[in-house]
Structures are given as structure tokens and as C-alpha cells.
Design a protein around this ligand. Structure first.
Ligand SMILES: Nc1nc2c(ncn2[C@@H]2O[C@H](COP(=O)(O)OP(=O)(O)OP(=O)(O)O)[C@@H](O)[C@H]2O)c(=O)[nH]1
Length: 548
């Protein structure tokens, strides 16, 4: 009997081996496609591929299959659960849209509902569905607010769709820029009525904006920061809502900080340079001193050498027996001496030139240091002067006022004479703010400040003590003269044609004043004048009262 090996099913069927190969390859590809869904499954798929490629033992292949089957089933369960959760969340979202969506968008809602019920087993349509539902949700929120009635919006929509035109708008005062509100002699007070809404959001924002604009004007910014400052200014001037204001405050504080750091760096750099220059200066001084010492040493040596030569000559003359030889020796020595004198002159000239150029360098460096110190001093003076001024009125602020009060008081103590102190307070200023808005109130304060400084003498001093209160110092003025001047000021303010939207607005002031008496302190005279001002208020306001 022929010794045939037993045929396997694959080898007995000529296409069976090829089919098995195809089957293995398809399984390998499927296992690659199923990768990255679950780490445990990934591990088993790798083992499966190894088994299929024949790198693992066949018994491992048999062990692997049940495990693989279990993992796939578990994975399928998990996926179904997740799918169900997403479907239920979308259900809720679509239901909640039912009430908020305008009529004309309801068909879209219906079509989304249909997609949801059709996509029972697949995740892909749900992603698209979720995106479209959110869009519809945002549209519903905006569509519901009619232009006339702005209802509170959800945080989500505010965050996603915020823009300046979206915010609750109130009429902003026309006088948002204090410089533009001055209307010359007519003194009309412009700005909208925001009656009774002093605390309302937009009014406060406008006030803050005007303060920030002032702050930006006052801020000394390094030249490379000018663009940044101007951008902040135009953002402010175009009006901001609270959120934009908050962002702007962040930017502003960053700019101020970087500006401060810049200044600090400049100053540190300057100090470092100054230090270096001083070190150089000290060094040059040492060199110059050495040069002088060298030159004086040199002169001593030269003098010693001269004495030696002359002494030699003396000896030669004393010991000479042959006149001709003596003459020759003397001529030689004189010749030598002349050469040494020339050499020494040249050396001394060189020394002097070196010393003079060093001194010149030192003088120039000192001049440079003086110029720089002068610039810094000037800058410091400017800063100090600005710190003493009130931004709103341009008068001295409380710090400036207190400094001047102290100076006038010391002068009065030293030289005696007359000195009056007056406290001036605007009547019912709160009402002006309440009726016409803070910006109009600010304008009134500016106009009163102008009137006060215009009507007082050059030697008098006026400052803003705070709020709607001013203080005047009037040296060389008797109480009688003072009373006359202050009453004219009071009348001047009363008769000033303050206007708001072409309607006259009554503005009056109450004044208390007092002369300094022997033994007075600044506090005591201020107290007397303040009491007198309160008395003027109690007696009906719009009057001048002397404190005694
Ligand atoms: N617009 C504006 N208002 C200010 C400023 N500083 C203070 N005020 C306001 O001035 C008002 C002062 O009010 P009160 O102290 O009650 O005094 P008044 O209304 O003038 O009343 P009398 O002094 O009793 O006549 C307050 O409402 C402050 O908010 C400012 O710089 N600008």
C-alpha cells in the first residue's frame, strides 16, 4: 500500500487553504479596526493577531476566544447604556425647548425629535442632533426677548452671545466726557434725567467710565505704552457694559503695573549707572593723584640729579690742574645737563597733558550726572504737583489744601496780620445728583470751582476739601472785607444761569468763615468756620455766616 500521508481537509480541497488564509487576514484586519475602544479588548486583540499570524501556540488561540467573546459583549452593554443616557438628556433638552422656542422654529424642533426616535442604536446621528439642539436652545433664548422688554438671560447665553449691543441699555449722559460738556457762558448742564435711579447700573458705569477716562489722562505712560493707553481710552469712550468694564479694569491695572515696573527698572538702571560712574570717577581721581605723585617724584629726582651734576662740576673745578681739560669737562657736563633739562621738560609736558585730559573727562562726567539728576528732580516735582491737584475741578485737592493751610498758618504766626478761613458748601447737592445724574453734578462742581477761583484775589487760595465742600484762605483780609467778598461770591453763584435741558436749575452755596485769633490753631479756626457754615444751612442756606 502506498504510503500517503493522511490528507487534511484543507489540503484535500485545493481552494480550502486559500480560504483559510483569507479568513485569517480578514480577522486580523477586523481586529485592527476594533482597536482603541477598550484597553482590555486591545490586549486580547493583540494576542488574537499573534495567534492568527502563527506566532503563538494553537492552544493559546483556543483559550483566547471565550475571553474575547466576553469582552466584546460587555463592551456592547456599556455602549448601549451610554447611548441611552445621551438620548434621555437630549429628550429633556428638546422638551424644555418646546416652551421657549418661537412658533416659526417649532418645525425644526419636530424634525430633531424624529431624528432622536430614529437613532436608537447609533451614536453618530446623536452628535449632530446635540449640536443642532444647542443651536436651537440659543436661538430660543434670544428670540424670546422683544426689543422693548429685555428679560434676564441665562448665564450660558450671556457668555456665548454677549456683545455691547446685547446689554440692557439706558440712555447715557451726553456729558460722558467732562471736557465736552463745557458750553462756555451759557453754562447749560447737559445730560439725561436718570431721576431716582442713582444706584442704577448704567449710571454707575458711566460715572466709573468718566473717572477712568480722567485717570487715563493723568497717567504718565512710557512712550511704548501709548498705543495701549489710547486703545483703552477708545474702548472706554465707546461705552461699556459691566463685563467689558471688568475686563478693561484688568487691562488697565496690568498697564499701570507694567508702567510702574518700567519706572522702577529705569530708576534702578539709573542708580546702577550712577554707581558705575562714581566708581570710574573715584578711579580717575586715584589715577590723577598718582600722576601728580609721579610728577613730584620725578621733579625730586630731577633736582637730585641737578645737584649731583653741579656738585660734580664743583669738584672738577676744585681739582683741576689743566685748564684745557677742565674746559672740556665743563662743556661736556653742561651739554649733558641741557639734554636732561630738555628731557625733563618733555616728560613734564606729557604728564601735564595726561592729567589735564583726565580732569576734563571727570568734569564732563560730573556735568552729565548733574543733568540727569536735574531731569529726575523735575520729574519728581511734576509728580508731587499732580498729587496735590483735584482731577475734577483742577483746584488743589485735600492734600494740597492742607499743605497751603499749614504754610499760611506758619506765616501768620511769624508775621501776624489778618488771615480768614472760609468753608463753602453746595446746598442740596444730593438733590442735584438725584435729579440730573452724577455727571451733571460733577459739572456743577466744576463750574462752582471756576466761579470761586475767578472771584477770589490772586493772593487768596481755594481748594476742594472733598465732595461738595471747598475751603478758601484769604490772607490780609479783615472779617468785614471777607464778608463782602464771600457774599458777592454767594450771590454770583445764585445768579449764575445754570441750565439743564434749557430749564434753569437753582444752585446755591452756604459759607461759614472766621478770622484767626491769637492762640488759634488751624483746627480751631477750621472748626469755627465749619460750625458757622452749618449755622448758615440751619438758617435756610444760601447765606454767609461769621464764626466767632
Ligand atoms: N456728582 C458728584 N457728587 C458728589 C461728589 N462728591 C460728593 N458728591 C455727592 O454730594 C452729595 C452731598 O450730599 P449731602 O452731604 O447730603 O449734602 P447736600 O445734599 O448738599 O445737602 P446740604 O449740604 O445739607 O445742603 C452726596 O450725594 C454725594 O454723593 C462728586 O465728586 N461728584
Amino acid at each position: 500500500m502506498a504510503d500517503h500521508p493522511e490528507a487534511s481537509p484543507a489540503s484535500s480541497d485545493p481552494s480550502g487553504g486559500a480560504r483559510e488564509e483569507l479568513f485569517k487576514r480578514a480577522l486580523i484586519r477586523l481586529s485592527i479596526a476594533a482597536e482603541n475602544i477598550d484597553p482590555a479588548l486591545d490586549q486580547q486583540l493583540t494576542q488574537l493577531r499573534e495567534a492568527l499570524r502563527g506566532t503563538s501556540a494553537p492552544e493559546q488561540f483556543a483559550k483566547l476566544l471565550p475571553k474575547l467573546e466576553r469582552s466584546v459583549l460587555e463592551l456592547d452593554d456599556r455602549r448601549q447604556n451610554e447611548l441611552e443616557r445621551v438620548r434621555s438628556a437630549l429628550h429633556k433638552l428638546l422638551n424644555s425647548l418646546q416652551s421657549t422656542l418661537p412658533e416659526d422654529r417649532q418645525p425644526e424642533l419636530d424634525s430633531l425629535r424624529k431624528i432622536l426616535s430614529d437613532s436608537a442604536r447609533h451614536a453618530a446621528p446623536l452628535i449632530d442632533l446635540a449640536a443642532r439642539s444647542i443651536e436651537l436652545f440659543l436661538a430660543g433664548d434670544h428670540g424670546a426677548a422683544s426689543p422693548a422688554v429685555v428679560r434676564p438671560r441665562s448665564l450660558l447665553s450671556r457668555l456665548l452671545r454677549r456683545s455691547p449691543s446685547d446689554t440692557t441699555t439706558e440712555e447715557l449722559p451726553e456729558a460722558s466726557n467732562p471736557e465736552n460738556t463745557d458750553s462756555g457762558d451759557s453754562r447749560s448742564v447737559s445730560g439725561p434725567i436718570i431721576a431716582g435711579e442713582e444706584q442704577s447700573y448704567s449710571q454707575v458705569a458711566a460715572h466709573v467710565e468718566s473717572i477712568l477716562l480722567n485717570l487715563l489722562d493723568q497717567l504718565q505712560v512710557a512712550s511704548h505704552e501709548h498705543g495701549r493707553r489710547d486703545r483703552l481710552r477708545s474702548r472706554l469712550a465707546s461705552g461699556l457694559n459691566w463685563y467689558e468694564l471688568a475686563a478693561l479694569l484688568d487691562d488697565l491695572s496690568l498697564m499701570i503695573l507694567s508702567n510702574q515696573n518700567g519706572r522702577q527698572d529705569d530708576f534702578e538702571e539709573y542708580l546702577k549707572q550712577l554707581n558705575q560712574r562714581l566708581a570710574q570717577f573715584q578711579h580717575s581721581l586715584g589715577d590723577t593723584h598718582d600722576a601728580y605723585r609721579q610728577s613730584s617724584n620725578f621733579e625730586q629726582q630731577f633736582e637730585g640729579m641737578l645737584r649731583q651734576q653741579v656738585a660734580g662740576l664743583h669738584a672738577d673745578v676744585r681739582d683741576a690742574v689743566d685748564l684745557e681739560a677742565l674746559k672740556h669737562t665743563v662743556e661736556n657736563k653742561l651739554e649733558q645737563l641741557m639734554e636732561e633739562v630738555d628731557q625733563s621738560r618733555q616728560l613734564r609736558q606729557q604728564h601735564e597733558l595726561a592729567v589735564a585730559s583726565k580732569l576734563q573727562g571727570m568734569v564732563e562726567r560730573i556735568q552729565l550726572m548733574e543733568t540727569e539728576a536735574q531731569t529726575f528732580r523735575q520729574h519728581l516735582d511734576d509728580q508731587q504737583r499732580k498729587a496735590m491737584l483735584d482731577n475734577l475741578t483742577g483746584l488743589a485737592n485735600r492734600a494740597g489744601l492742607e499743605k497751603r493751610m499749614q504754610e499760611e498758618f506758619e506765616r501768620w504766626q511769624r508775621y501776624g496780620g489778618q488771615l480768614l478761613l472760609a468753608v463753602i458748601d453746595v446746598d442740596h447737592f444730593k438733590q442735584i445728583n438725584d435729579s440730573f445724574g452724577h455727571l451733571a453734578g460733577d459739572k456743577v462742581l466744576r463750574l462752582i470751582a471756576q466761579q470761586l477761583s475767578r472771584r477770589l484775589r490772586k493772593s487768596d487760595f481755594i481748594g476742594r476739601f472733598g465732595g461738595e465742600e471747598f475751603v478758601a484762605l484769604m490772607p490780609g483780609t479783615t472779617p468785614e472785607q471777607g464778608h463782602k467778598v464771600l457774599d458777592e461770591i454767594r450771590q454770583g453763584i445764585e445768579n449764575s444761569p445754570f441750565h439743564y435741558k434749557n430749564e434753569p436749575v437753582s444752585v446755591t452755596i452756604s459759607i461759614g468763615y472766621s478770622a484767626l485769633h491769637r492762640g488759634d490753631s488751624l483746627e480751631s479756626v477750621f472748626e469755627r468756620s465749619d460750625q458757622a457754615m452749618y449755622q448758615a444751612k440751619q438758617q435756610g442756606r444760601n447765606q454767609v455766616v461769621e464764626g466767632t
